[in-house]
Design a protein around this ligand. Structure first.
Ligand SMILES: Cc1cc2nc3c(=O)[nH]c(=O)nc-3n(C[C@H](O)[C@H](O)[C@H](O)COP(=O)(O)OP(=O)(O)OC[C@H]3O[C@@H](n4cnc5c(N)ncnc54)[C@H](O)[C@@H]3O)c2cc1C
Ligand code: FES
Ligand code: FES
Length: 500
C-alpha cells in the first residue's frame, strides 16, 4: 500500500460527509445505519440478500453523472460504501414532503404492515432516478429482490408504474435532481485515489486504490479475504458468523471494474458488476443478456461481480458455464506476475481452484462469436428471479454447411465444478443440424460426462434428464437458425425498438 493511506472511510449522507473509523472489518452497512446512526427505517428481514427489506441506494459517479443502484445493506460491508452517496428511506421525504415514489405507494395502498415498504420504496427510488420511461416488466424486474408478505404485489407494481412509468420530462424533479450538481462535486472530491487501511496488521479492512497496491497487499497477506460485491462473503458473516479478520476490498481499485469491447471480444475487469457488464455481454449473444438478467435480483446484480462469480469456485455459479462455452480465459495476478488460462482449467475440484497464495482474479476475456458459430445458454431454477440454478447449460457450435465442426458444451450443477462435456462434444463433431438422427451418440455421451448429485435443488435423475433435454433443445433451436450475426443483429433491432 502506498503511504500515507487513509484510516477511515467517508461517504455522503444528505450532502453531509460521514466518516467512519475503527470499525470491525466485517461490520455491515445495515448495522452501521441502524445501530450506530440510529437510522432504523432500513429494516432487517432475512439477513442474506433475499428479501430486500434492507435495501438502500448507493449513488456513484459514472461519466460525471450520479447513478443510483439498490443494494442489500444486510450483506454489504460498511467499508464498501467509501466514496458513495448513501441514501436511506429517511432521506427521501425532506421537509416532510413525500418523494413521488412514496406518494404513489400511499395513493395505491401499497403498504400494510409496512415492514417491506422502506426497501420497496428504495428499489423504486433507484428506478425513478434512472430517469427513463419504464414499463411493467421493468418495474417487476426492479422489484425482483423485494418480498412483501401481506400487501400483495399489484398495488406496489401500480405505484411503481405511476411514479416511474412516465416520460422523463414528465417526472417531477425531486430534491435529488435539484442538488445533483452539488452532490456530484462532493462525490468527485471524495475520490482521492488514496489507499484505505483501517486497523492493525492482524485485523484490518483495506481498500487499495490501485491494482499494484492490491497485488502487494494480498501478496503480504495471502490469508486475507478478498471482497468484491460481498454477495457471497456477506453471508459468511451474517449466516455462518465467520470471523474474517483481514478484509481486502477490491471495489476502489482503479480500472478493476472496467468493461472494454473490441473487434474480437469483451474484457471484463474482475470487479465489473453484473449490472455494469450486462450490455457488453449482451452484444455477444442475447442469451448472455438473459443469463446476466437472471442472476439474483437487481440488488445482487448491482453489487455482485463476474470476478466473484468465478473466484468463488461454485459448481452452480451462472456465468462460468456460459463463459467456458464461449472459450473465455481468466487472467490471474500474483505480485507483479500475471498469467492467463482457459476458464475451465481454473476449476480443479470442488472447493479447489487453480489460484496460488496471494493470487487474485484480475480479468476475464470473452471472445465474440464468429459468424459460423451458434450459441445457446439456459438457466433452470425453481423460480425465474432470485434463485440459484439447479442446472445451467451453455453450448457453442461451430458449423460448416449445416454440419457441426466443433462443439463446446459446459454445464453447471452437474458436477463438482462447472465442467465441459468432453464425450458429447466429441460425438457431435460431424453431426448434421438438419438430422436429429445424428445427435443420438452425443445425447447418450452426456450421461457419461456427468455424475450429478442429489440435493435440495434437484435430484441427480432430474439433472441428468434436464441436461439431455437442454442439449436436444439447443440443437433443435439452432437447426432453425441461420447465423449468429443475424441473431445478434435481430436482437439489437428488437432492443432498439424496446427503448425507442
Ligand atoms: C440473494 C442472492 C441471490 C444470488 N443469486 C445468484 C444467481 O442467480 N446466480 C449466481 O451465479 N449467483 C448468485 N448469487 C451468488 C453471488 O451473487 C455471486 O456468486 C456473485 O457473483 C459473487 O460476486 P461478489 O462480487 O459479490 O463476490 P464476493 O462475495 O465479494 O466474493 C466471493 C468469493 O470470491 C472471492 N473473490 C471475489 N473477487 C475476487 C478476485 N478478484 N480475486 C480473487 N478472489 C475473489 C472472495 O474472496 C470470495 O471467496 C446470489 C447471492 C445472493 C445473496
Ligand atoms: S434483510 Fe433481507 S435482503 Fe437484507
Ligand atoms: S406490507 Fe407487510 S410485508 Fe409488505
Amino acid at each position: 500500500m502506498s503511504e500515507p493511506s487513509r484510516a477511515s472511510i467517508r461517504y455522503l449522507s444528505c450532502g453531509r460527509i460521514i466518516e467512519a473509523t475503527n470499525f470491525e472489518p466485517t461490520a455491515t452497512l445495515l448495522d452501521h445505519l441502524r445501530l450506530t446512526r440510529g437510522l432504523t427505517g432500513t429494516k432487517e428481514g432475512c439477513g442474506e440478500g433475499d428479501c430486500g427489506a434492507c435495501t438502500v441506494a448507493l449513488g456513484r459517479l459514472v461519466d460525471g453523472r450520479i447513478v443510483y443502484r439498490p443494494v442489500n445493506a444486510c450483506i454489504l460491508l460498511l467499508g464498501q460504501v467509501d466514496g458513495a452517496d448513501v441514501v436511506t428511506v429517511e432521506d427521501l421525504s425532506e421537509g416532510g414532503q413525500l418523494h413521488p415514489v412514496q406518494a404513489a405507494m400511499v395513493a395505491h395502498h401499497g403498504s400494510q404492515c409496512g415492514f417491506c415498504t422502506p426497501g420497496i420504496v428504495m428499489s423504486l427510488f433507484t428506478l425513478y432516478q434512472a430517469g427513463e420511461e419504464v414499463g411493467r416488466d421493468d418495474v417487476l424486474s426492479q422489484l425482483s429482490g423485494n418480498l412483501c408478505r401481506c400487501t400483495g404485489y399489484r398495488p406496489i407494481v401500480e405505484a411503481g408504474l405511476e411514479a416511474c412509468g412516465s416520460r422523463p420530462d414528465h417526472k417531477p424533479a425531486d430534491a435529488f435532481a435539484a442538488r445533483a450538481a452539488e452532490t456530484a462535486a462532493k462525490l468527485a472530491a471524495l475520490d482521492d485515489g488514496t489507499d484505505v487501511f483501517i486497523g492493525s496488521r492482524d485485523r484490518f479492512f483495506a481498500a487499495p486504490a490501485s491494482v499494484d497496491a492490491l497485488a502487494s497487499l494480498y501478496a503480504a497477506h495471502a490469508d486475507a479475504t478478498i471482497v468484491a460485491g460481498a454477495t457471497d462473503v456477506g453471508l459468511w458473516v451474517t449466516k455462518q458468523l465467520r470471523d474474517l479478520p483481514k478484509i481486502i476490498h477490491v471495489g476502489r481499485v482503479a480500472g478493476f471494474n472496467a468493461v472494454a469491447i473490441d473487434d474480437t471480444g469483451v474484457t471484463l475487469g474482475a470487479g465489473a458488476t453484473f449490472a455494469d457488464s450486462r450490455a457488453a455481454v449482451a452484444a455477444i449473444d442475447p442469451d448472455l443478456d438473459e443469463v446476466w438478467r437472471r442472476i439474483g435480483s437487481e440488488q445482487v446484480r448491482a453489487s455482485g461481480t463476474v470476478g466473484g462469480n468465478i473466484a468463488n469456485g461454485s459448481p452452480i455459479g451462472d456465468s462460468p458455464p456460459a463463459l467456458i462455452a464461449l472459450g473465455a480465459t481468466v487472467t490471474l495476478r500474483q505480485g507483479s506476475a500475471t498469467r492467463s488460462i482457459p476458464l475451465e482449467d481454473y476449476f480443479l475440484a470442488y472447493g479447489k481452484q487453480d489460484r496460488r497464495p496471494g493470487e487474485f482474479v484480475a480479468a476475464v476475456r470473452v471472445p465474440k462469436l464468429h459468424s459460423d458459430q451458434l450459441f445457446r445458454a439456459y438457466k433452470i431454477a425453481k423460480r425465474y428471479d432470485q434463485d440459484i440454478s439447479a442446472v445451467m447449460a451453455a453450448f457453442r457450435f461451430t458449423v460448416d454447411t449445416g454440419f457441426i465442426r466443433e462443439a463446446r458444451i459446459a454445464f453447471g450443477g452437474m458436477a463438482a465444478t462447472p465442467k465441459r462435456a468432453a464425450g458429447a462434444e466429441k460425438a457431435l463433431v460431424g453431426a448434421s443440424l438438419a438430422d436429429p438422427g445424428s445427435w443420438g451418440m452425443a445425447l447418450d455421451a452426456l450421461a457419461k460426462d456427468y455424475q450429478p448429485i442429489d440435493d435440495m435443488r434437484a435430484s441427480a435423475a432430474y439433472r441428468r434428464d434436464t441436461g439431455r433435454a437442454l442439449l436436444e433443445k439447443a440443437l433443435i433451436e439452432l437447426a432453425g437458425e441461420t447465423t449468429t450475426a443475424t441473431r445478434v443483429a435481430g436482437f439489437r433491432e428488437a432492443s432498439d425498438e424496446r427503448v425507442a
